[in-house]
Design a protein around this ligand. Sequence first.
Ligand code: FEO
Length: 404
Amino acid sequence: MYSTKKVTDDLIWVGANDRRLAMFEGVYSVPKGVSYNSYLLRDEKTALFDTVDKAVDRRFLENIIHALDGKKLDYLIVQHIEPDHSAGLCDLIARYPDMKIVCNKKTLGFIQQFHEVDIDSRVHIVGEGDTLSTGKHTLRFFMAPMVHWPEVMVTYDATDKILFSADGFGCFGALNGALFADEVDFSRDYMDEARRYYTNIVGKYGPQVQAVFKKLAPHLDRIKYICPIHGLVWRKDIEYILGKYQLWSTYEPEKKGVLIVYGSMYGNTESVAEALAAKLKIQGVKDVLLRDVSNTHVSWLIADSFTYSHIVIACPTYNLHIYPPMAYYLEDMKALNLKNRTCSIIYNGSWAPKCGDLITAFLTDEMTGMTILGEKILITSAATEENVNQLEQLADALVSSLKQ
Ligand code: FEO
């Protein structure tokens, strides 16, 4: 059965939700599901923005047929070719053979890589700043390379002041009957997933996000709707989500606080992490978060690391190397270009404690703008009285650094 939603008088959401997907991209658990958004503009000409993942293509087609209400589909605008947004392309061509495919040159190559379809006879290539009129609406295209794929573009409908933002402003989490961010308690129910989505999927490409903001600067104040390809549509408090994107894309922390990521084989390093957290709270630090690296998917650790200004890394040595789940977390932070954090190190080793030096070298040589605060603390199997004093000093150093 169809399930469409009205965005404006001329625009209809024709996407679908998937609550059965276990791992998005095979990497990220999505316990709250995910939506694949597609939007149909009904004007003198009809235009569809992107398609959906194959898991939901039947509901998507039912939605389009209903929303078209007997009209033909004139344009498919492919803003992003990643298969979760283009799986419906061949079915649409079969159903609407006269439909033009609007995309940029880069997308054209990818369509040919992903889909066996005659594209040349129906493609309409657009470039930076080009426009397409559908009648009442004029659509302007802005290239957004590497946000987060090379072919991505976004579209601005100057008539109704709508930004079709591709993956930008996207979010994990199925839509539970709502379409607009102001219809839900976004900060309670969706913000964590919006952050996890951005930081893990787009996080590496902060400079490219900034470049798109610059291009859109003349329109940013006027935007009335942001329509992403995952998650909720924004029509109120747009500055709120723009503000978050400004922080995330410049790697500025959201909170002055301490994230303690610990790995512990037998509980000794965990006890030290707990003791440090308690000392910080006693000194009045409001935002302290402890995460067990072995028991927290790295995508959450990445989201937390974008959030907090200070990160304490605590783990044992393992095979003369960094404890494997911690090494994976550090590698992922590097891959996503996280920078400009203040880090402290606690390391454990019963006979050859190596990982303190390895973590220091990783943070200073392989990452950007990571400041090491305080002396790294060595735990030899289990904490000693000397360690307790060192933790006290580290807590003091963190507190004074947080005040700067
Ligand atoms: Fe869900 Fe980059 O696409």
